[in-house]
Design a protein around this ligand. Structure first.
Ligand code: ZN
Ligand code: ZN
Length: 190
């Protein structure tokens, strides 16, 4: 897709950038997102999605607050065409500073964000915020007609020869239900 190098991390060096409790630092940037499968994401330098985060040093860690905003391309599950999806997420996370190895193992288990070696990678919270913003069902439109199971044609762009067979098969259960309801109604009226 591209020959650019993905962004590996967006580090904040705690003792340098936030030396005292109460210190704040704002960072912002942008990226283009490539989603390979499921939630596997690569971030490239770009402008599709912008982010802005303010990190504030607190006792025992930092607090990170900000947003991600923009649009990205997703692939529709049904028709496999790509479509635009708007992302607009608020971020507010608590990152703890871990001193000992013991702490580290315990907290890693709990899946919390933590500062390691005096550095925190903001890309972690950005990645999670993007992941949470993604729709569970990736559909270009709610009534996307998908691909024909027989010939593979995108049925949003027109019908194919096999369409009638397909539709009949799909409507059969509905047909049975309709008959059942009608019969029940007749029973009631009797
Ligand atoms: Zn679709
Ligand atoms: Zn077909």
């Amino acid at each position: 897709m591209t020959d650019r190098e993905p962004i590996q991390s967006v580090d904040i060096v705690i003792d340098e950038e936030l030396p005292e409790v109460g210190d704040s630092k704002k960072k912002a940037g942008g990226f283009d997102l490539e989603i390979n499968s499921g939630y596997d994401m690569l971030f490239y330098p770009g402008t599709e999605i912008s982010w802005s985060l303010e990190a504030t040093r607190i006792f025992g860690g930092i607090e990170v607050e900000g947003f991600i905003r923009g649009g990205l391309s997703l692939e529709c599950y049904r028709c496999l065409e790509s479509y635009r999806f708007q992302v607009d997420g608020h971020i507010r996370e608590h990152v703890i500073c871990l001193d000992s190895h013991e702490d580290k193992e315990r907290e890693a288990d709990r899946g919390e964000y933590h500062i390691e070696g005096g550095v925190f990678d903001l890309l972690q919270v950005i990645r999670d915020a993007v992941g949470l913003s993604l729709p569970i069902k990736r559909l270009c439109t709610l009534d996307c007609r998908g691909l024909c199971g027989v010939c593979g044609r995108n049925l949003n762009t027109g019908s194919c020869e096999c369409l009638t067979v397909e539709v009949d098969a799909r409507l059969k259960p509905l047909e049975a239900l309709r008959e059942k309801l009608e019969n029940a109604k007749l029973e009631d009226e009797r």
